[in-house]
Design a protein. Structure first.
Length: 234
């Protein structure tokens, strides 16, 4: 009985360590991004993607700096997992239906690009926004939440495996949904009431797509298409 109790304690301890790691990863990501973006905003130097054609190199530098934590985590995970990295992060795309679905999502992105150009969005801005939402936003968020953090909880039952990383995913949008503006108690309450549940469900569905399809690329492309649709408002 004593041995079993000790085993349960050990399992519980490691579970809390993994949950703590998931929370810490998201906290590091949003802490860096928020510090950097608010610093730019306070200096009046923050550039929106809709202005990509005005200061392309400055904007590229800002976006690369914004995604510093995901980039470092990608490299660190690659070095730690080595040959297991592609399989562990669901980075392979195989099977006819996976490829067909990926082509459908790519066609959707192409359609959004064409629609943006037809509405008068500058070609460079439309193309830059496509790269931004595909790589800086969709891939970075999918890799961190549905890739790395889901991997850390891969041995857990689905409620934990899905809810812990995706609640964190929802919470990190607190700042971007405020457009890097003031975070007041009233705003936090409204975010919790109107956005938290929807973002969590959204994240869980993307994770389900990744797990059922066996590849992260479908969730990346779908995520990118949903976010890139904002280009129609530029």
């Amino acid at each position: 009985m004593t041995e079993r109790t000790e085993e349960r304690k050990e399992v519980s301890r490691f579970l809390w360590l993994r949950i703590g790691a998931v929370v810490a990863i998201h906290a590091a990501d949003i802490t860096w991004a928020a510090w950097y973006m608010y610093r730019l905003r306070n200096r009046g130097a923050l550039i929106g993607v809709s202005r990509a054609a005005e200061q392309p190199l400055t904007l590229l530098g800002q976006n690369l700096a914004e995604s510093l934590v995901p980039a470092l985590l990608f490299v660190l995970t690659l070095l730690l997992l080595k040959k297991e990295f592609p399989e562990a992060m669901y980075l392979r795309l195989r099977g006819k239906w996976q490829r067909v679905t990926a082509l459908v999502f790519l066609a959707l992105l192409a359609g959004l690009l064409a629609a943006a150009l037809a509405r008068g969005v500058k070609p460079y801005t439309a193309l830059y926004a496509l790269g931004y939402y595909l790589v800086i936003i969709a891939f970075s968020e999918e890799f961190i939440t549905r890739g790395l953090c889901a991997y850390l909880l891969r041995e857990e039952d689905w409620p934990l495996r899905f809810l812990v990383p995706n609640v964190c995913f929802a919470l990190i949008h607190l700042f971007s949904y405020a457009d890097w503006g003031a975070i007041t108690p009233d705003y936090v309450l409204r975010f919790m009431a109107t956005s938290l549940l929807g973002l969590t469900v959204h994240g869980c569905l993307l994770q389900l797509l990744k797990e059922k399809s066996g590849t992260i690329w479908l969730s990346v492309l779908l995520h990118a298409a949903m976010d890139y649709s904002v280009v129609l408002k530029f």
